[in-house]
Design a protein around this ligand. Structure first.
Ligand SMILES: Cc1ncc(COP(=O)(O)O)c(C=O)c1O
Length: 360
């Protein structure tokens, strides 16, 4: 069996041809591809409006700018996530307030969120971690919600896709995500009329139609070539999400029940990452490496304990017990849609061969 990576990008002749076509057109930014990709992505997710962004991190900054969040404001965010779910808050001068995650689902705990709300709270960044939809109670706490759906393209709650659940939503199209754009990329979606009119402006220097710049932003745009690639990939995304679910289902039937990720009721997981809970992650990863299968730990140091937050009042061990306990035991295995059935069977049998020793 050939080496199996953790993720694989997708490229076909249509994408190669489109890339040249868009380059030949001479319109490299701010053209028809960007406009179409923004609205097609919004439509696919069931949101009101969309704008492509240069990556998922700038989409988060643009979302905070749209909500006019700045110094003195607090934004609630889980600590168990990729660092940019919280550094975007610092980038606009506001303060991240870290909360713990739910033991079963690894997404932010609604009770911790409620307890963290103060008069200074201006938003919640709800991270659909690994593709698991956050508890929908979080959408109804009376505080604006930005869904960080970087890892959750195609995930659903009650038939509604992520991106349509909060006030605003952000996505990343980084090469390991469910949809990619031939480089870094992202998108910002809005679900209220108050934001749709200025959505594109929030990714384009806060530019007003008449050349006025009436709110603070920057250049967070995505190129025309990348938007064209995103549009071409979007035609395959439903099928790819289905394949991810099929593989995840096979895994969950095959591994120890204490190790497998639990899926929230009434939801569909996006399976950007299939993450096992492993008691001896180092040994497991060495073993998988010897089998020729890539794995990754997400996230070995939770955000509130990163050096960048050493001055933060929560930057102490013991403040977020579940996050601190679980973070070292979550190991991602390959779940990308191009995996062949033989590769899936090989991954399953490799893990089963060691299961009794290494799984929780
Ligand atoms: C949960 C989460 N939020 C935000 C981001 C940032 O996206 P990008 O890398 O495109 O800036 C990522 C990227 O992996 C992510 O996983």
């Amino acid at each position: 069996m050939e080496h199996i990576p953790l993720a694989k990008t997708y490229l076909d002749d249509e994408i190669r041809d489109l890339t040249l076509e868009v380059l030949d057109s001479g319109q490299w930014v701010k053209g028809p591809q960007s406009k179409a990709f923004g609205s097609e992505w919004a439509e696919w997710c069931g949101a009101l409006a969309g704008a492509p962004t240069s990556n998922g991190s700038t989409a988060l900054i643009a979302a905070l700018r749209l909500l006019r969040i700045g110094p003195g404001d607090e934004v609630i965010v889980p600590s168990l996530t990729f660092i940019s779910s919280s550094t975007c808050i610092d980038q606009v001068g506001a303060t991240p307030i870290f909360v713990d995650v739910e033991p079963e689902y690894y997404t932010m705990c609604p009770q911790s969120v409620e307890e963290a709300i103060t008069p200074s709270t201006k938003a919640i960044i709800a991270v659909h971690l690994f593709g698991q939809v956050v508890d929908p109670k979080i959408m109804n706490l009376g505080v604006p919600v930005i869904e960080d759906a970087a890892q959750a393209h195609g995930a659903e709650y009650n038939g509604d896709k992520v991106g349509s659940l909060g006030n605003l939503a952000t996505f990343s199209f980084f090469p390991s995500k469910n949809l990619t754009v031939g480089g870094d990329g992202g998108a910002l979606l809005a679900n209220s009329k108050a934001h749709t009119g200025i959505l594109t402006a929030s990714t384009d220097h806060g530019r007003h139609q008449k050349g006025e710049y009436n709110f603070l932003s920057s250049n967070f745009r995505l190129s025309e070539v990348q938007c064209a690639i995103g549009r071409a990939q979007l035609k395959h995304l439903e099928k790819w999400c289905q394949r991810r679910r099929e593989i995840a289902e096979k895994y969950s039937k095959s591994f120890h029940p204490n190790s497998i990720p639990k899926v929230r009721e009434r939801s569909k997981h996006g399976w950007n990452q299939y993450v096992l809970k492993i008691t001896k992650p180092k040994l497991f990863r060495e073993y998988m490496d010897n089998c020729g299968i890539d794995t990754a730990i997400h996230y070995s140091t939770p955000t509130h304990l990163q050096p960048i937050y050493s001055q933060h009042h929560q930057s102490k061990l013991g403040t977020l017990p579940f996050t601190e306990e679980i973070c070292k035991n979550l190991v991602a295995i390959p779940v990308f849609p191009q995996l062949t059935d033989d590769e899936v069977e090989y991954i399953i049998s490799s893990i089963q061969a060691w299961q009794s020793d290494i799984l929780a």
